[in-house]
Design a protein around this ligand. Structure first.
Ligand code: PMP
Length: 444
């Protein structure tokens, strides 16, 4: 038998394919907003992993629901059995989704949820006799997933460039980075101007070829919690309706309460045609995601020969039991409300850091989807030199001090630095200090 290494000592050479810049310590346990490595060092999970652990770690209600389901069944293939957790979870998701969006297709992650939206959209176009529509317009910067379909929509050149020949090129418009513009317009005027870029692109492509437009209602890690001016959102819906283009919301990061409402789109009362959920949806307790669609679209596709798509693990009872418990607790404890309240307090504290640190260019976001952008000059918003690796270094300094945050090169991977400060939605007011202390020290 192969020797079992002493994992607590840390393997001398890992067989894992690490993607972190450093070897990180072995995780031992996690509870609430805290995590411990095997050496006993405690961390505050200031980014909920990758904006995942919305209800915190080791929640006893979720663990109990999973334990109870595990003792009954963990897997039943969806073509052989339906299962009660999936049924209940689908009903709850439909209740929490905009009116008319009441059909839920479960998957195992965010990329799969986005892929599912693409494939349902295309099959719907075929079902209603619009076979010429296949282009999906997206924005840059953006992130929609790692699989080749979702990656084709991703506006992040460092991630897409190696695979360009393997993907069908999809048109992209600029994300509404209005805060960077120096043009004398008001924010609301800028918001409409960015939305109008969608119309220009649809016309450039030929409306009869455009299937859908996909966006994150509040930008995720690619843009650093980018929120558009209010004027942007209704104009986007209007343009999509006028040209018969489906609106897909990627709420993988923003959904499940992260921005202070169950869905980020609720802030603008914006109704998509299709929606992708994952991350906080099962909050790290199981690999789970969902596509949410209207009855009308699903029925049309089903009548036209059925939905040609599916994943083996999709909708398995254990993942759905975890998701159901997470969602029930999210509602029962009003975690979106806590995200709004604590998010406002935390954002104000982050704003306060601007006084001390001239290199903080912008603090933005909604609820507990917050980002701090680091710049060379706040007036011009010129970025720091890339070789400084400012955001990455800030993350490392914070990590040493027991605070986990998340970084990305911003603005599409070309220039700029930001860190995401996105703790679990259960964060309490006193715990804000556990973020601010190490963060301020690291900035200094
Ligand atoms: N869409 C968005 C907005 C995301 O943030 C992510 C993950 N960062 C994905 C899709 C892909 O999700 P996953 O990594 O679970 O496949």
């Amino acid at each position: 038998a192969p020797a079992v290494p002493d994992m607590d000592a840390g393997p001398a050479r890992s067989h894992l394919f690490y993607q972190s810049r450093h070897r990180r310590p072995l995780l031992d346990r996690a509870k609430g907003v805290h995590m411990w490595d095997v050496a006993g060092k405690r961390y505050l999970d200031g980014s909920s992993g990758a904006m995942v652990s919305n209800i915190g770690h080791s929640d006893p209600v979720v663990l109990e629901a999973m334990r109870a389901q595990m003792e009954k069944s963990t897997f039943g293939y969806r073509l052989h059995f339906e299962n009660a957790p999936a049924e209940h979870l689908a009903r709850l998701v439909a209740e929490l989704s905009p009116e008319g969006m009441d059909r839920v297709f479960f998957v195992s992650g965010g990329s799969e949820a986005v892929e599912s939206c693409l494939k349902l959209a295309r099959q719907y176009a075929l079902a209603i006799g619009e076979a010429t529509r296949f282009k999906v317009i997206s924005r840059y910067p953006s992130y929609h997933g790692a699989t080749l379909g979702a990656l084709a929509l991703t506006g992040y050149t460092t991630m897409t460039a190696p695979f360009a020949p393997m993907m069908h090129e999809m048109p992209k418009i600029p994300a509404p980075t209005c805060y960077l513009d120096r043009d004398g317009l008001t924010m609301e005027e800028r918001g409409r101007r960015y939305a109008d870029m969608l119309e220009a692109e649809i016309l450039r492509q030929g409306p009869e070829t455009v299937l859908a437009f996909i966006m994150e209602p509040v930008g995720g890690a690619s843009t650093g919690a980018l929120v558009a001016p209010d004027s942007y959102y209704p104009r986007i819906r209007e343009i999509c309706d006028y040209y018969g283009v489906l609106l897909i919301h990627d709420e993988v990061m923003t959904g499940a309460g992260r921005t202070g409402r169950f869905l980020a789109s609720e802030h603008w009362d914006l109704k998509p045609d299709l929606m992708a959920l994952s991350k906080g949806f099962a909050a790290g307790y199981a690999p789970l995601g969902a596509m949410v669609a209207s009855d009308k679209m699903v029925e049309a596709v089903m009548e036209h020969g059925g939905f040609i798509h599916g994943y083996t693990y999709a909708g398995n009872p254990l993942a759905c039991a975890a998701g159901l418990a997470v969602l029930r607790e999210t509602v029962r404890r009003d975690l979106p409300g806590n995200a709004a309240h604590i998010g406002d307090l935390l954002k104000a504290r982050l704003e306060g850091l601007k006084e001390r640190f001239a290199f903080i260019g912008d603090v933005r976001g909604k609820g507990l989807l917050l980002a701090v952008e680091l710049v060379a000059d706040r007036d011009t918003m010129d970025p720091l030199p890339p070789e400084n690796m400012a955001a990455a270094r800030l993350v490392d300094l914070a990590y040493d001090r027991g605070l986990i945050i998340y970084w990305r090169r911003t603005r599409g991977g070309y220039v700029g630095d930001h860190v995401m400060v996105c703790p679990p939605l259960i964060l309490t007011e006193p715990e804000i200090e556990e973020i601010m202390g190490p963060l301020e020290e690291s900035l200094a």
